[in-house]
Design a protein around this ligand. Structure first.
Ligand code: SF4
Length: 413
């Protein structure tokens, strides 16, 4: 361990919860060695790490702009860039002024040591690619993101993630339990399990859920997102049997039309998806379903999009939609497909999905009006209010009381 007291580091993070968990772990390495963590947009920073994302073209552009802004504010800082965009377009980032080095996704765990080598003036030696870099976020007092798995073997035709993050790898159960205990010791009560394709956990996810459920001090768990074909009935039965896993599921649907799902190389059809939702409702009641949908996948006709709308509206009726206009990613099969959908059509489809999501979300919240729910208050929000979530992910705000932050309270919502 070095002593870098007086040095400042900053980290800028884009993209998914997994990136945020990894960034938090990287920042902890610096802080443990004496660095003070500051905002990436302050001046006088010695080291700045940019953890990039490449989910859309817009994210690539945003990453480049952030790097330029940081360099302008801190022309002498070491700027280390890692993450998915850094993996897929290494040269593009290396060409940006001010970038000290770029580390691909599988070398993310070496960011700290490389920065220190540079800071101390020793040459950057290439290190062996790590198998998996365990990570969890500690920034929040009430909720922590714990990385369970990384990478993906699925190769959906629209997705560049398997190229950027590599094949599926899992963090060993023992490591996860140890990390969850450390999180609990800090007084955090809720953990969100993150990963690229969590359900593909080596050896099955259920033993991990069972082991984590036993960690004292953690009162709530959520799974950030899980493929419908991997959310098994056995897993649902166990979760429903009175565990700490909350009645809240985030499941990617992407399309409610079977021919589009086939072109996407998704591993389920609408019948399987609907049966999973039905099964969960039968076992756990009116749970919160957040569903991912892509608008304007290549070849998606008006009729196909209408099937998606009616599948969501008439069959599954989730509580919320996470909507993504299809974005072409180089190197993927969908990028080369015929029938690319014009931007204006995508925009209109996104708007239709947003209107449906608003309606479903309002309706879901209405059904719980006047009921007593347990809310974990997370912190102060605008004015003199505090905000938090119920187990089934309904946002609740109440007048601020410092002693309620980080506590779970029964509230009439
Ligand atoms: S399951 Fe499909 S969409 Fe999800 S990360 Fe893997 S390839 Fe991408």
């Amino acid at each position: 361990m070095g002593d870098f007291s007086g040095k400042k580091m900053a980290i800028a993070t884009l993209g998914c919860k997994l990136n945020f968990a990894e960034s938090s772990s990287i920042a902890q390495q610096f802080v443990r060695n004496g660095f003070a963590e500051v905002s990436p947009y302050s001046s006088g920073v010695d080291v700045c790490v940019v953890n990039t994302c490449t989910v859309t073209e817009h994210s690539d552009k945003k990453c480049r702009n952030i790097i330029r802004r940081i360099h302008k504010l801190n022309p002498d800082a070491i700027i280390a860039v890692t993450g998915c965009y850094a993996t897929l377009k290494k040269e593009e980032i290396e060409a940006l002024e001010g970038v000290s080095f770029v580390l691909e996704q599988d070398k993310k765990g070496s960011v700290y040591s490389r920065c220190i080598e540079l800071l101390e003036g020793s040459p950057c030696s290439p290190s062996a690619a790590e198998h998996i870099f365990p990570a969890c976020s500690f920034g929040e007092r009430t909720r922590s993101f714990l990385k369970v798995q990384d990478g993906c073997n699925y190769f959906c035709t629209y997705c560049a993630i398997p190229y950027a993050r590599g094949r599926s790898r899992s963090v060993p159960v023992d490591t996860l339990v140890k990390q969850a205990k450390e999180i609990a010791e800090k007084g955090v009560k809720e953990i969100v399990l993150t990963g690229v394709n969590i359900g593909d956990y080596d050896g099955g996810l259920l033993p991990v859920l069972k082991a984590l459920n036993e960690v004292r001090g953690i009162e709530r768990y959520r799974i950030s997102s899980i493929e419908p074909n991997l959310l098994t009935e056995q897993m649902i039965d166990w979760i429903a049997s009175g565990t700490k896993f909350q009645p809240h599921f985030h499941i990617p649907l992407q399309s409610g039309c079977d021919s589009t799902l086939k072109r996407m190389h998704r591993k389920y059809d609408t019948a399987l998806f609907a049966s999973r939702i039905d099964y969960i409702r039968k076992k756990m009641g009116d749970v919160f379903f957040g569903i991912d949908v892509i608008a304007g996948f290549p070849g998606e006709t008006d009729a196909e999009f209408d099937s998606t709308l009616s599948f969501i509206r008439d069959v599954i009726r989730p509580a919320f939609l996470h909507i993504f206009p299809y974005s072409r990613r180089k190197g993927t099969l969908a990028d080369k497909m015929e029938g690319q959908v014009p931007e204006i059509v995508k925009t209109n489809r996104v708007k239709a999905l947003e209107a449906l999501s608003d309606e479903l979300h309002r309706e879901y919240q209405e059904r719980f009006k006047g009921t007593v729910q347990k809310v974990l208050f997370e912190g102060r929000v605008k004015g003199n209010m505090m905000g938090g979530y119920t187990g089934n992910y309904i946002r609740v705000e109440r007048p601020f009381k410092a002693d309620m932050i980080g506590e779970i309270a029964e509230v009439v919502i």
